[in-house]
Design a protein around this ligand. Structure first.
Ligand SMILES: Nc1nc2c(c(=O)[nH]1)N[C@H]1C(S)=C(S)[C@@H](COP(=O)(O)O)O[C@H]1N2
Ligand SMILES: [Mo]
Length: 412
């Protein structure tokens, strides 16, 4: 289609939308003069009111939330309020946190990264040594593989923030790990790399050497500023599309070896129990997934009429190709509009106009990625994997809208 035709089609769609809106807007309109509010009559706050900018006080409920107190010192997570966000970038102050032993406060002058093992020239880098190397900035999602884990055993919590909030998407700036590996010279038998964090959890994961050379980043900045302490200041690993746990924060050591190192986080944890009693190990990829972020259980629809259904889709395999949305529990599907840019292993925003007639409805979204992978139904996922796992739950999510506008988490 030519761009001219595209514009015409877009305009026609818009007019149709306008017709839907018309009735409800007219009902609210008043033929009265516009009030001049107090804030229009006197100068406002000065510059540098907040030397580091903050949201409006009216947005004070848009915050990360945690399920409860830490079971062990510092071992906790907080969740991103996806229900209140727009576009694809997560504001840094709202990016979920997952720490196994709290947030270390690290002086960048004293921080070191050791690269050793099966290498020609073992090196200990300072932060200055690292940041002077050629850098890149890329936009990628990061999802904890435990995200949505409570859905394995039936409908989990009635909140998008708590069901899907271990998810973020940021612009990351850092040095390709490949550059550092070329500096130290990986020996031919080097096949895996152990990544270790400087927190007291001593988090360690084994990374296949192919991923390390392909697109792994040694990240020092997030959304344009230096990493925040809770996200790994001054240095973290980022493995695009892989489970969040492997993106080791407060990175202090990389050791090249022949085989995986079989650390705690890849044996007793972060493996997926199967119905036959065995477990899947090294399930790195985050698979195709999507969720409707408006409307969600964290909202309530006050009246029938026009709404724009909106949500997020992502895949560790590449780009999102299509998202279908159902408003009747999966009987009929309509293709949603994907908002540009649709980036490689980044969150993709989708939108679909909807007129709610006030009757009960079940909203669902289903993503398809460029590799041809379709997001499974809950039944398909459980048939393949059983329900003993805590990780990698990526099934279609259903939100039920009741006639009073209350929204709940259901499985259909
Ligand atoms: N050193 C270290 N790295 C870590 C963790 C940790 O506890 N210690 N948590 C991991 C887990 S489980 C996840 S999901 C991501 C979360 O990154 P974020 O807190 O920046 O969102 O960091 C990973 N990297
Ligand atoms: Mo995680």
């Amino acid at each position: 289609m030519s761009s001219k035709l595209n514009q015409t089609a877009g305009r026609r769609r818009f007019l149709r939308g306008g017709a839907i809106l018309g009735a409800s807007l007219a009902a609210g309109a008043r033929a009265e003069p516009l009030v001049v509010a107090p804030w229009s009559k006197t100068p406002g706050e000065p510059v540098l009111w907040h030397p580091y900018g903050e949201p409006s006080p009216f947005e004070k409920n848009v915050v990360r939330r945690s399920r409860g107190p830490a079971p062990l010192p510092g071992a906790n997570s907080s969740m991103t309020p996806l229900q209140d966000l727009h576009g694809i970038i997560t504001p840094t102050g709202l990016v979920f946190e997952r720490h196994h032993a709290g947030i270390p406060q690290i002086d960048p002058e004293q921080h070191r990264l050791a690269v050793h093992g099966l290498v020609e020239r073992p090196v200990i880098f300072t932060m200055n040594d690292l940041v002077r190397l050629p850098s890149v900035s890329r936009i990628h999602f990061l999802e904890c593989s435990g995200n949505t884990g409570r859905e394995w055993k039936g409908p989990g919590t009635a909140s998008l923030q708590f069901s899907h909030g271990l998810l973020s998407c940021c612009e990351w700036t850092g040095v390709p790990l490949a550059t550092v590996l070329e500096e130290v010279g990986v020996k031919p038998e080097g096949a895996w790399i152990l990544a270790e964090g400087a927190d007291s959890a001593g988090m360690t994961r084994s990374i296949p050497i192919g991923k390390a050379f392909d697109d792994a980043l040694l990240v020092y900045a997030q959304n344009g500023e230096h990493l925040r302490p809770e996200h790994g200041y001054p240095l973290r690993l980022l493995l695009p599309g892989f489970e969040g746990n492997m993106s080791v924060k407060w990175l202090r050591r990389l050791k090249v070896g022949r085989e995986p190192f079989m650390s705690r986080e890849e044996t007793s944890k972060y493996t997926d129990s199967l119905p036959d009693g065995t477990a899947r190990q090294f399930t790195f990829l985050m698979e195709t997934k999507s969720v409707i972020t408006f409307p969600a259980p964290d909202h309530r629809l006050k009246e029938s009429g026009f709404y724009e259904i909106s949500g997020l889709a992502w895949t560790g395999r590449g780009r999102i190709k299509r998202v279908d949305v159902s408003t009747d529990g999966g009987r009929n599907w309509r293709e949603a509009r994907l908002q540009e840019p649709v980036l490689d292993r980044a969150l993709t925003r989708f939108r679909l106009p909807w007129r709610w007639d006030g009757a009960p409805a079940v909203l669902q979204s289903r993503a398809l990625d460029t590799s041809g992978f379709v997001q499974p139904s809950g039944a398909q996922l459980v048939a393949a994997r059983g329900f003993e796992s805590n990780y990698h739950f990526n099934a279609i999510q259903s939100w039920k809208v009741a006639s009073d506008g209350v929204i709940t988490n259901v499985q259909v």
